[in-house]
Design a protein around this ligand. Structure first.
Ligand code: SF4
Length: 327
């Protein structure tokens, strides 16, 4: 994508285990436009959080990034030395972590945690100037300036998550990665925190990757949606298009499992269980759970096919001309 802020190509992450190598992320490719909000959804173990951690090069050994490139501007993040990568974190690409509870240092005041990030990235303003910046930053995420003086245990879950958002945008990165940032919050606070994230993102002109499993929340927040299954990105497209015309049977199942007023009280899950990544099914990894599987699905892994404007899906039933078969 020309003018993209982030281009991920062929990303593969592997974890050696006593039983063999697990491919947690397997050939993931996508581009992110400046200012765009991209969602990544999938069941747990689908590779969405691992993808985000790999973009930051935060995969814990013995896990490793086995292949791929992650271009941010004119540099491949995967080719940077450790020092340059440390400098890029927060300043160019940052993370709003999954558990704000654990992400903040319990013994440091909010002010000192944010100041540490600024100082570590070469901001050598006076203490007063840093305090003024932190105050403005806290206000920008809907918190009072006085929150700077508090310790994490004095904050509610929603406030902690707002502090994490403030830290992640303190250096105005061009890409913010948000890994299930609202999963521990109640529904009302979830929406408020996401609205804050959107406001701040627009203010600094960053693009966002939001990882989650709540399709309803995604529908309200992102411009484009990527669906992951067994380490692969099986469908990617504009969020309205995906909801209106999902091409991959797994995406259809995810959408069908959303609660609806028409089916009050009826919960429609996806039959079967997520596959073992140690010994994934041959062919299409979704075939044991797919009601539309044909013989070829058990044999050949499907490749990405265009499924409409800016829309692609990896399923044998998406025809070469981009038109999906009838439901
Ligand atoms: Fe189902 Fe086959 Fe498509 Fe896989 S390739 S999602 S098994 S129809």
């Amino acid at each position: 994508m020309s003018g993209a802020s982030l281009v991920v190509d062929g990303l593969r992450v592997e974890f050696p285990t006593p039983g063999g190598v697990v491919r947690a992320v397997d050939g993931v490719s996508f581009a992110l436009a400046p200012g765009e909000r991209l969602g990544l959804v999938g069941e747990s173990g689908s590779g969405k959080s691992t993808t985000v951690l790999a973009l930051l090069r935060m995969i814990r050994p013995p896990g490793r990034i086995a292949a791929g490139t992650v271009r941010l501007g004119d540099r491949d993040l995967l080719a940077l030395d450790a020092r340059a990568m440390r400098a890029a974190r927060f300043a160019e690409i940052s993370l709003v972590p999954q558990g704000a509870m654990n992400a903040l240092n319990p013994v440091l005041r909010v002010r000192d945690q944010i100041a540490d990030v600024m100082r570590a990235h070469g901001i050598d303003d006076s203490d007063a100037a840093i305090d003024a910046r932190i105050g403005a930053l806290l206000e920008s995420v809907g918190l009072a300036r006085e929150v700077a003086r508090l310790h994490p245990h004095q904050l509610s879950g929603g406030m902690k998550q707002r502090v994490c958002i403030a830290m992640s945008v303190a250096l105005q990165p061009s890409v913010v990665l948000a890994d299930e940032p609202t999963s521990a919050l109640d529904v009302v606070v979830q929406k408020q925190v996401l609205a804050t994230l959107a406001t701040v993102q627009q203010r600094i002109g960053a693009s966002i990757i939001l990882v989650g499993h709540d399709m309803g929340l995604m529908a309200q927040f992102v411009h484009r949606l990527g669906v992951m299954y067994a380490g692969r990105l099986v469908e990617l497209g504009p969020v309205r298009e995906i909801f209106a015309r999902p091409r991959h049977p797994y995406t259809r199942a995810l959408i069908a499992s959303l609660p609806s007023l028409a089916r009050r009280g009826e919960f429609r899950g996806i039959p079967g269980i997520a596959p073992s990544l140690l010994a994934p099914p041959p062919g299409c990894a979704f075939h044991p759970r797919c009601a539309q599987a044909v013989e070829r699905c058990r044999r050949d892994a499907p490749v990405d096919r265009a499924a409409g404007d800016g829309h692609r899906a990896a399923c044998h039933l998406v025809a070469e001309d981009g038109l999906a078969p009838a439901d």
